[in-house]
Design a protein around this ligand. Structure first.
Ligand SMILES: Nc1ncnc2c1ncn2[C@@H]1O[C@H](COP(=O)(O)OP(=O)(O)OP(=O)(O)O)[C@@H](O)[C@H]1O
Length: 231
């Protein structure tokens, strides 16, 4: 799967807004049909819900923001527009340099690593020293209600515990923005409410501009913020 990404050079000259995630005239087209056409700013600590039917380009938008949308030439698939995070244009940056965290439907924990090992993987290289790294991991687990879980095998955790570890793994990477790609859809109702509340609390606490893709109107209602459509 691949795509063509184009930058709009006139947009590159537009002044940057200080805080938040800006999507400047981001457009995704498939065979001439506009799937996504969004121009908005998600402020620090704001949670915006993106709802749209299957195939309407929601996941493509998130991967475009992350820099993981494959580049380079599927005929008929075109993406343009600019993404600016806290005043810094992300165009052309590698995914790891964008400081954008994303949570998926599947927690994607590494099965061969302990819980602590999974979290250590996310810590920025600027966090040096074994003690400092260990402390960050233990503090993260504590704040997720998982104190003492560092040495556990992820396979021994419940779905809710895994979801919280996955969130902490994203947050430990110190993202400037958070993207949620239906991360609650595989959880049963009770757990879903609990984890959703926890994720939203953490996003607000850290002042992260957050964009959530979902099919579930309850997710949007629980976020309590703006609900937008792809076009
Ligand atoms: N790199 C690509 N090249 C060509 N077509 C693509 C590419 N990426 C996605 N598409 C197509 O773009 C459309 C939108 O896909 P996308 O997965 O973004 O939609 P979605 O709204 O997230 O769907 P769902 O809700 O089912 O997950 C689909 O028709 C998909 O096949």
């Amino acid at each position: 799967m691949s795509s063509t990404q184009t930058n709009n050079s006139t947009l590159a000259l537009a002044p940057a807004t200080a805080k938040g995630l800006e999507l400047r005239r981001v457009s995704i087209r498939l065979n001439g049909r506009v799937l996504v056409d969004i121009d908005t700013i998600i402020k620090s600590g704001e949670i915006v819900t993106l709802m749209g039917p299957s195939g309407s380009g929601k996941s493509s938008l998130l991967t475009y923001i992350c820099g993981t949308l494959p580049v380079g030439g599927t005929a008929g698939f075109e993406v343009s527009g600019q993404v600016v995070l806290n005043g810094r244009g992300l165009d052309g940056l590698a995914p790891q340099d964008r400081h954008v965290g994303i949570l998926f439907q599947d927690d994607l924990l590494f099965p061969h690593l302990s819980v602590g090992g999974n979290l250590a993987f996310a810590l920025p290289s600027s966090v040096r020293g074994r003690l400092e790294r260990r402390t960050r991991i233990e503090d993260a687990l504590e704040s997720a209600g998982l104190g003492g879980f560092a040495d556990r095998d992820p396979a021994t955790l419940s779905g809710g515990q895994r979801a919280r570890v996955a969130l902490m793994r994203v947050l430990l990477s110190e993202p400037g923005a958070l993207l949620l790609d239906e991360p609650f859809s595989k959880l049963d109702t009770e757990l879903r409410d609990q984890i959703r509340t926890f994720v939203f609390e953490q996003a607000r606490l850290r002042g992260l501009p957050t964009l959530m893709v979902t099919h579930d109107p309850d997710d949007g209602a629980a976020a309590g913020g703006r609900i937008i459509n792809p076009v």
